[in-house]
Every structure is written in C-alpha cells, then in structure tokens.
Design a protein around this ligand. Structure first.
Ligand SMILES: Cc1cc2nc3c(=O)[nH]c(=O)nc-3n(C[C@H](O)[C@H](O)[C@H](O)COP(=O)(O)OP(=O)(O)OC[C@H]3O[C@@H](n4cnc5c(N)ncnc54)[C@H](O)[C@@H]3O)c2cc1C
Length: 344
C-alpha cells in the first residue's frame, strides 16, 4: 500500500468511527496559516475532545502515519504544492478551569489570548506577555513562545501530552520539558500536547488588564499586524537583534515576489499580496546570506518552513511497512539536507 493509499484508508476508518468529526480533505493550507500561503493538505481533522484525538492518533499509528499537529498556524509555512499529511487541528480542545489549589488548567487549543484573559479575570498575573501572541497554548508551549521579557516556561507546572511512540499520556514536569529560547522537548514532533497546568502569582485584576493593554498597544505600534506573517521570521541571535541586523544589511522593505521584509518591523517577513512559498524561501535565504556577509552572524529561522513533498510516517521502526521504508528514507534524507542548508 502506498502512503497515499494509507492516508485514504485511515480517513475512511476515522470517518466511520467518528461520523460527526470535522475532517477537511485536500484543504488549502492558506486558509489555516497566518502567512496565507500553502496548498492542499490531504486531511485536516478537528477532534472534539482529547479522547477522540488520542483515538485518531492510534488509528494513524496502526496505518504507519504520524500526525502533524496544527494549532492556529501562526508559525507554519507549507509549500504551494500542498502536502500529503494528516493534520490534527486542536481548535476544539478549549476546556479551561481554575483548580482547587489555585493553579490554572487549560487545554492546548485555547488561544493564548483566551488563557491570559481567563487568568486575569481570576486575579492571576504572569501571562500578560502572551495576551497578544496569536497562537494556541499548544503551539506556544512547543515554541516556548515569549515576548516583553516573559516566556511560557516561566509559569508552567506540568504539560500533559501523548507520546506518539507508545501512545500513552504523560504529565511532564516543566523541568523535564527541555525548555530553552523558542525551544522545547516537543519540537521533534514526538508528542501531542493536550493541556498544561500553570502556577500563576496572585495579582490585581485592573493592574493585570492595564499591563495587557499597554503591551498590546506596543505590539500594534511596532508590528505589521495588517499584513499576513508568522511574526518574527528569525530567532534572536546571541549578542544582537535580528531586526537590527537585517536593517543594517540594507534589507528593510526588500522583497522577492510577494514576500517582503516588513517596512514597519524588519524582523517580520510579510505577505504583501500573492506571495508564494518559493518567494518566502528565496527571501529568507537572501536575508541570511546578506546578514552573514554584513555582520558575520548566522540567523536561524523561527518560523517553521516545511519542505516540499514532506510526509510524516510513524517513527517506530518496527511499525514501518516494507512499502513505506523507501519513502521514509527519502523523507529523512530531505530533512537532513534541509537542516544542513539552513546551517550554511
Ligand atoms: C503577528 C504575529 C505575532 C507574533 N508574535 C510572537 C511573539 O511575540 N512571541 C512568540 O514567541 N511568537 C510570536 N508569533 C509566532 C507564533 O504566534 C507563536 O510561535 C505561537 O506560539 C505558535 O502557536 P500556533 O498555535 O499558531 O502554532 P502552529 O503555528 O500551529 O504550530 C507551530 C508548531 O507547533 C506544533 N504544535 C502546535 N500545537 C501543538 C500541540 N498541541 N502539540 C504538539 N505540537 C503542536 C506544530 O506542529 C508546529 O510545529 C507571532 C506570530 C504572528 C503571526
């Protein structure tokens, strides 16, 4: 059975098990990603709760397919040709409550804005920095998203996640999540983040709300929020700021096709209209080369640009059927090459 046939089979199986589940087939990713770029995805399913999500994962595993977990698509760029992926969108995992010990429990599909507002309404401080980040909690944890001096890791007690390898659910303490600058244990794609528990200090509700307003106004004044983007295109390099280095290299406003270094904030790559995946990749490459030439510093992309023809097969070797092995090897080689290209 080819990978495409396995995908068709698993979609049928899941539809049969969960007739009410929203599963979009051959759905343009441009409708789901904040860059507004990307071709058809074989399937995007939105399980209604964590139990059906975990069942979907086990159906996929049985068919040697690994899921691509999609939050709000604010850090993801997909090729125009589309990808044969089974995406699981977490948009329906939105339960959230305060626990009796004062901690906050929130499912991964909640927007960061909603989680920080919920914390504020319960007189809990700390998440003000996250109220303007347009992603979900799951995406925010995976990226260890941060702004204005705060990071997700600062207030996380535990993360509840499914480990795809053994399909079991784990509650992982923050110290074991390998959190770093825009990095976590979850980045290798081995887990589905379901929820997190936060320890947040008590605070004055009005003061917290005021701080959120101030930070969000700062964001509106400094960022090109009127144009599609994935936020900062590059991570902050040691000893500098990506935006300043890009500006110093003379690239403010520079464009390739419809992709442009924002006129308002040089750290953002925006889609000024009709940008293609190739435009974005070519612009990112040009920026990296020019900045390296000008300052000697190598910029590392922050937004996740997925390679053409990428497939995700279940990574447990014994589970890979003979007929998928060749495709898996090709995929591994393409990923290795992409990583190498990024490093150069
Ligand atoms: C205008 C704008 C401003 C931004 N400002 C900031 C900022 O200030 N600070 C900052 O850090 N980022 C910022 N970002 C980037 C982005 O919003 C964050 O990285 C955010 O955390 C991504 O969340 P998401 O739900 O959109 O994730 P997605 O883009 O959907 O996914 C990102 C990655 O996380 C994975 N993922 C998502 N959910 C899960 C899950 N439940 N389990 C496992 N894996 C998962 C995906 O597979 C993918 O690898 C900005 C983006 C935009 C467009």
């Amino acid at each position: 059975m080819t990978h495409q046939e396995s995908l068709t089979k698993v979609i049928e199986e899941i539809r049969e098990e969960y007739p009410g589940m929203l599963i979009l087939e051959n759905e343009p990713f441009s409708k789901h990603g904040s860059m507004r770029v990307g071709g058809p995805i074989r399937a995007i399913a939105s399980p209604g709760d964590v139990f059906s999500l975990s069942k979907v994962c086990s159906f996929l595993k049985r068919n040697a397919i690994a899921p691509f977990i999609l939050g709000n698509g604010t850090n993801v760029v997909i090729p125009d040709e589309g990808l044969d992926l089974f995406m699981i969108k977490t948009e329906k995992l939105t339960k959230m409550w305060m626990q009796s010990d004062g901690s906050l429990y929130a499912e991964a599909g909640n927007s960061l804005a909603r989680v920080s507002q919920f914390a504020q309404s319960n007189g809990r401080a700390g998440l003000e920095f996250a109220s303007g980040i347009p992603g979900t909690l799951g995406g925010g944890i995976l990226m260890n998203a941060g702004a204005y001096g705060g990071e997700m890791k600062d207030y996380i007690r535990t993360v509840i996640a499914i480990k795809l390898e053994d399909q079991s659910m784990y509650e992982i303490e923050a110290k074991d999540c390998d959190f770093g600058y825009r990095h976590s244990l979850f980045e290798d794609g081995g887990y589905v983040i379901l929820a997190a528990v936060f320890d947040l200090p008590e605070g004055d509700k009005d003061a917290i709300a005021e701080q959120m307003r101030t930070l969000n106004e700062k964001r509106r004044n400094s960022q090109p929020l009127d144009l599609p983007s994935c936020g900062s295109a590059f991570k902050r390099p040691v000893g500098g700021y990506a935006a300043a280095l890009i500006e110093e290299a003379g690239l403010k406003g520079y464009s390739v096709g419809g992709a442009q270094v924002s006129e308002k904030h040089s750290g953002f790559v925006v889609n000024k209209g009709g940008a293609t995946y190739d435009d974005i990749v070519a612009l990112m490459d040009h920026i990296r080369k020019e900045v390296k030439k000008n300052s000697g510093i190598t910029l590392e992309p922050e937004m996740k640009i997925y390679p053409k023809k990428m497939i995700l097969v279940d990574q447990t070797p014994v589970e890979i059927p003979e007929e998928l092995k060749e495709e898996f090897e090709k995929f591994k080689q393409e990923r290795a090459k992409q990583k190498k290209d990024e490093e150069n």
